[in-house]
Design a binder for this molecule. Structure first.
Ligand code: ADP
Ligand code: ZN
Length: 210
């Protein structure tokens, strides 16, 4: 079964690789961050509730997040596998997830702090479709405009310096313990995430045959 968890610090490139793997393996890319951001954009009750937390770089509550993920995984497109990007992010979330699925491959994105800070502070995101760009490494053809849909590019509030440092602390305290949690289960594969996304995809495909 191709059920994947992409685990790693913010800015490790989980989302960028997930987009490509999803296309290649024909499985959905489920990013809890993207789902929350879509709710914020549409000003749903959930979006209104989580906006301030997310902008500051803190985590949404485990209960809310787990409900959201359970609901998403019950959709028919998940039956042949999926990529979870940004979930689980805490031990209670991982414990909850074990109850839904105990056959998962965890990919651990390894990357240095300096690279993460550089990538996040130069990231730009499309307001309309969520596509990611980078002013240094992946600039759009026209400055400030999405190549894919023509939407406006912006900097996420949580990609501003203060929130970046806070997110890295949150990662270290709450998410990093998951590496041991899954290592003990024998479910982890480590990937060097400092390399370019297409090269990373090649490595991924060598390790995880379809
Ligand atoms: P990153 O670029 O840090 O990987 P994401 O897009 O995955 O960012 O998440 C953005 C924000 O959404 C997080 O900082 C957090 O506030 C919230 N969030 C996303 N996934 C979770 C989760 N599993 N549990 C709690 N909060 C989450
Ligand atoms: Zn776009």
């Amino acid at each position: 079964m191709n059920n994947f968890i992409f685990l790693g610090p913010p800015g490790a490139g989980k989302g960028s690789l997930a987009v490509k793997v999803a296309e290649d393996y024909k499985i959905p890319h489920i990013s809890t961050g993207d789902i929350f951001r879509a709710n914020i954009k549409n000003q749903t009750p959930l979006g209104v509730k989580v906006k301030a937390i997310i902008d500051s770089g803190s985590l949404v509550s485990d209960d809310l997040t787990c409900e959201l993920v359970k609901d998403r995984l019950s959709q028919p497109d998940c039956k042949n596998g999926y990529i979870l990007d940004g979930f689980p992010r805490t031990i209670p979330q991982a414990e909850m997830f074990t109850k839904i699925c105990d056959d998962v491959k965890v990919v651990n994105f390894e990357i240095k702090d300096e690279i993460v800070i550089r990538r996040l502070s130069t990231r730009r995101v499309c307001k309309a479709c969520g596509a990611n760009f980078n002013v240094l490494t992946l600039p759009p053809k026209v400055e400030g405009v999405c190549d894919k849909c023509g939407g406006e590019l912006y900097q996420r509030d949580d990609d501003k310096q203060e929130s970046i440092l806070h997110r890295m602390d949150v990662y270290r305290e709450q998410t990093e313990p998951l590496i041991k949690f899954y290592r003990d289960k024998g479910a982890i594969t480590d990937l060097d995430a400092s390399i370019e996304t297409d090269v990373l995809l090649g490595k991924f495909k060598e390790i995880f045959k379809k």
